[in-house]
Ligand binder design. Structure first.
Ligand SMILES: [Zn+2]
Length: 284
């Protein structure tokens, strides 16, 4: 084989590697200065880990939440129907916008946790938890839509799964998903999920995707930006809101969200006719 053939072969291998491990693409590639490439090594590891296994992994986290009602007191849906219907309506608008890759593969189940924390999270497989304190803290349904979009993007991009694989290894995560994990491995999974924050790169991807998701709804597509602007201002006033401890933030965050909204030219008019104030007042 001459040198030219070797160079061609190397280039092909390089191309194949990039093709099989490249980052997930957004629907607006011309605007992807605001949608960074993150961890391609873990991306490659997940090739053999199905979205069904994401769901099974999420169910293990849900079981831990259900087993600890003191830490995670869930508001009963039957008693707080208007709050649940609002959050579920937000979710459905995002899902029906056509931009959630795992719309059918994941559960996208909503639970409201009755605590004053400024927090929300989403497990692998799309089990979404929103704190009543966060709903009450926000000013408009658009801002909550932004938070929901951000959390759903973390699940859709399989960020938690990737980080859990990084922390415990792919074989352990497969074992846990299949129900073969040891008690110690399950405990470590819970600790890792609830205490370790996302990388800044994953945060930026989730922010960008939330703008894309909201661009297909009647909400202000920069809702995530106004949410972070308010949270960052609260953080400067003293204690750090819990959301920021697991979703690290930097000053450029709001700017990146606004830049992406400008680039994809999405609607920035707040949704009209919402009853957000009434829903806030209905919460305990
Ligand atoms: Zn986040």
């Amino acid at each position: 084989m001459n040198l030219q053939k070797i160079a061609f072969g190397a280039a092909m291998i390089g191309t194949l590697f990039l093709t099989t491990t490249c980052r997930p693409k957004s629907d607006f590639p011309e605007c992807d200065a605001t949608f960074p490439s993150c961890d391609q090594v873990t991306e490659a590891l997940l090739v053999g880990f199905s979205t069904t296994q994401d769901d099974q992994l999420g169910q293990k986290v849900v079981a831990q939440i259900n087993g600890d009602p003191t830490t995670y007191p869930i508001l009963p849906r039957a008693q707080y129907i208007s709050a649940y219907e609002m959050v579920e309506g937000l979710r459905d608008k995002i899902l029906n916008g056509g931009k959630v890759k795992n719309k059918s593969a994941f559960q996208w189940q909503i639970k409201i946790i009755n605590k004053p924390d400024l927090n929300a999270f989403c497990t692998p497989g799309g089990y979404i938890y929103v704190y009543s304190g966060l709903i009450k803290y926000l000013d408009a349904e658009d801002d909550l839509a932004g938070v929901m979009g951000h959390e759903m993007a973390h699940a859709d991009l399989r960020h938690s799964t990737k980080q859990l694989v990084q922390q415990q290894g792919i074989q352990t995560i497969i074992d846990i998903a299949l129900g073969n994990g040891t008690a110690a491995q399950l405990a470590t999974l819970g600790t890792n999920f609830f205490t370790l924050g996302f990388s800044r790169c994953f945060e930026q991807q989730a922010d960008a995707l939330s703008v894309d998701y909201l661009s297909s709804t009647n909400y202000n597509c920069k809702g995530t930006g106004s949410f972070f602007a308010k949270l960052l201002a609260a953080g400067q006033g003293g204690s750090t809101p819990e959301f920021l401890s697991t979703h690290p933030s930097e000053a450029s965050r709001v700017q990146n969200i606004n830049d992406r909204g400008d680039c994809i030219k999405c609607n920035t008019t707040p949704a009209s006719g919402t009853n957000y104030a009434a829903v806030k007042a209905s919460l305990p």
